[in-house]
Design a protein around this ligand. Structure first.
Ligand code: ZN
Ligand code: ZN
Length: 423
């Protein structure tokens, strides 16, 4: 078969979130990937090129947001607005360039705005109801639209939409108890920073007035729980504009799709111009229906999408919970879904990647800066000698150790979807 430069291959990427691991004592020093039975991922590995990928750089611990930006060819060290906007996206906000987002805590203050508990007891099943109440009653402040989004436990995200906003403002969260809630101050002399700080200070007062008399808080006090009567804010960030695949100079991708159940990942993919679907049964947890995702992938593959991304979050969730057994079982279910995918795509016209977005070791229960194993199959690729997919065997792979956008560029090149740099 002759493969011409004009033959563009399709691209299929499957990512198990937090896939990489370290030696696990209960597995006699092996990793979940080394123990799981995964013949189909190994089959792909034996026909492709394997290696290690540093989502940011060796030793730098990525978030899922920064790792995914890198996976899709955006350098997150130069184009990252901070955690505020991405936490808001993770909580379900749809952000546009220019929006300012902050991370927040429901907290407890006394009449003088002195902080009694920075997390309002941390146990806050009322979170969603309080957020709904705030959204129904705050609306706009000085022409700026304010939206609240419930996150886990006592956490919330606050999004400001409107003209002349700036992220250059200080936190209202004093980060300690016993002192008063701080006034947000502009961090430069711009009109935008002064205006944004003023909105935040008015917001703090309005939120307190609304929450202190709220029925749910009265009930909390009756039950001996601290009332959630204020929101402490930190980490303001302003959403930036990311170029979509179509807007990027060297990238030749027309129809791109992401399959995920995780709000933040869906948000990142949308920002980059992908369509996003969540199949029935996809949960974002260890119980997710991986096969439903694989079937969706094939459905869209058959609709001539040239770039399809499939994300499985549960491996990361299992790692954060320290559940070796659940991580292994989910890898095995992903392997079966991989069989379905490999059986239904054209292996003579598709580039396939399997990897993680970062390492989340069971023993650490959080993301680390270790590299992630990655395997790449392409129709005309020259395979290396690696036949098993794992953190250990990937060290011997022909891909070597690459970082950040190198992976995206490599796969575009293999798919004949990268414009030439130079004459
Ligand atoms: Zn992740
Ligand atoms: Zn994680």
């Amino acid at each position: 078969m002759m493969i011409m430069r004009s033959n563009k291959f399709r691209i299929v990427i499957v990512v198990a979130d937090g896939l990489g691991d370290r030696a696990v004592p209960e597995l006699n020093g092996k990793t979940p990937l080394e123990v799981a039975s995964k013949d189909n991922i190994d089959w792909l590995t034996s026909r492709g090129v394997t290696g290690l990928w540093d989502p940011i750089a060796p030793g730098v611990r990525p978030g899922s947001d920064t790792a995914h930006l890198a996976l899709f060819g955006i350098d997150p060290t130069e184009n990252y607005p901070g955690r505020g906007p991405f936490e808001a996206i993770g909580a379900g906000a749809e952000l546009e360039p220019g929006d300012v987002a902050l991370r927040g805590n429901f907290a407890t203050v006394d009449k003088e705005f002195r902080v009694i508990d920075r997390r309002a007891g941390r146990y806050l099943p009322e979170n969603k109801d309080l957020v709904k109440y705030l959204n129904e009653n705050v609306g706009e402040i000085d022409g700026i639209k304010v939206r609240f989004y419930a996150a886990t436990e006592h956490r919330v995200a606050v999004v400001l939409k409107g003209r002349d906003l700036s992220p250059r403002i200080s936190d209202t969260d004093p980060h300690v108890t016993g002192v008063k809630v701080l006034y947000s101050k502009p961090l430069d002399n711009s009109y935008e920073a002064r205006k944004t700080a003023e909105v935040i200070n008015k917001l703090t007062k309005i939120v307190h007035d609304l929450l202190k008399e709220h029925e749910l808080n009265k009930k909390r006090v009756e039950r001996g729980l601290p009332p959630a009567n204020i929101i402490l804010l930190r980490g303001a960030g302003q959403m930036v504009k990311y170029p979509t695949f179509k807007e990027r100079k060297f990238v030749i991708i027309d129809k791109a799709l992401a399959i995920s159940a995780t709000a933040m990942i869906k948000g990142v993919c949308k920002l980059l111009g992908m369509e996003v679907v969540t199949p029935n049964g996809a949960t974002g947890g260890v119980d997710t229906d991986v096969m439903a995702k694989a079937k969706t992938l094939i459905e869209y593959y058959n609709k001539d999408y040239d770039f399809i991304y499939m994300h499985v979050k549960g491996t990361d969730a299992a790692s954060h919970d320290g559940r070796t057994d659940l991580k292994i079982r989910l890898i095995e279910r992903i392997d079966l879904a991989m069989r379905y995918i490999l059986d239904h795509i054209g292996l003579d016209n598709t580039v396939v990647i399997f990897t993680g977005d970062h390492t989340t070791p069971i023993t650490v229960r959080d993301h680390t800066g270790d590299p992630v194993p990655v395997t790449i199959y392409a129709p005309n690729i020259l395979p290396d000698d690696v036949k098993i997919f794992s953190e250990r065997s990937a060290r011997k792979g022909g891909l070597g150790r690459i970082r950040r956008e190198d992976l995206f560029n490599t796969l575009l090149d293999l798919a004949n979807r990268r414009e030439k740099f130079g004459a």
